[in-house]
Design a protein around this ligand. Structure first.
Ligand code: CTP
Ligand code: CA
Length: 236
């Protein structure tokens, strides 16, 4: 709303966006996963492409109907966290901007059975043991696969007895070391489906640098504005 018509302000830049949710196999037919649709990451990738960037979208289990209309950008489909990590890191080596919008599974089963797990009548199910996945965003922020690269994360938070949404977001922003962290409150209407959502953008110190509300496209453009401001600050 009130936004100027698209300019090619990202022309010449390479942007990597991860979207969707990773799945970790238990056996050849089952997985642990999450409900992320990938819509916010897709909106961001599409907005970056509209603004002239060369975009790679690493899409974890995203419905092909959502990525099919994105003709101009490169889509790399992945399933597991390990695959997502490899694809993001490959693309990030030459990227000016990396945005981790994917919902990454925090844990994966220690092993994946080679054959479908069978139940035995009257038997007790075997427990599932988990191991923690690498933190892709924290790694990217620590390593900077390309010097001067802007690294961006997303955090969906709910308030709880210990802290409100912003406090959780601040702590996470500081812990991850990303240049920007887009924090949105979930558990309310905002953030789900097609209803307008609102995000607060924090820097690595946890300070608020921007706020955005509206459609996922509005949020995408506002986040890209915050990213271009960071890029400009880094090159001046
Ligand atoms: N992320 C990541 N690798 C992981 C987990 C998360 O790169 N193994 C990224 C997500 O893509 C997102 C950001 O980190 O950009 C925040 O994810 P979130 O799940 O909110 O943070 P966690 O550190 O996993 O903390 P929590 O315990 O709240 O899930
Ligand atoms: Ca997590």
């Amino acid at each position: 709303v009130g936004r100027p018509s698209p300019t090619a302000d990202l022309a010449g830049l390479e942007v990597v966006v991860s979207a969707g949710g990773t799945r970790e196999p238990l056996d050849p037919v089952r997985f642990l996963g999450n409900r992320s649709s990938g819509r916010q990451g897709i909106a961001l990738a599409a907005a970056a492409a509209r603004r002239g960037a060369r975009v790679t979208l690493v899409a974890a289990n995203v419905d092909a109907a959502l990525t099919a209309p994105l003709g101009a950008l490169t889509v790399v489909p992945v399933e597991t966290t390990a695959e997502l990590r490899e694809a993001v890191r490959d693309a990030a080596r030459s990227a000016d901007v990396v945005v981790m919008a994917a919902a990454v599974a925090d844990f994966r089963p220690t092993t994946s059975a080679a054959h479908k797990i069978k139940k035995t009548p009257g038997g007790t199910p075997a427990p599932i043991t988990l191991v923690e996945n690498p933190d892709i965003l924290a790694e990217l922020a620590a390593e900077r696969l390309r010097p001067g690269q802007v690294v961006v994360g997303f955090a969906a938070e709910t308030g709880d007895d210990d802290a409100d949404v912003l406090e959780h977001g601040r702590a996470k922003a500081r812990r991850k070391g990303a240049d920007l962290m887009a924090v949105n409150a979930v558990g309310t209407a905002a953030g789900f489906g097609d209803v307008p959502n609102s995000v607060t953008v924090l820097d690595a110190a946890g300070e608020v640098v921007a706020r955005a509300a509206g459609t996922k496209d509005d949020v995408a453009d506002a986040l890209l504005d915050a990213i271009t401001a960071r890029l400009a600050a880094a090159t001046t």
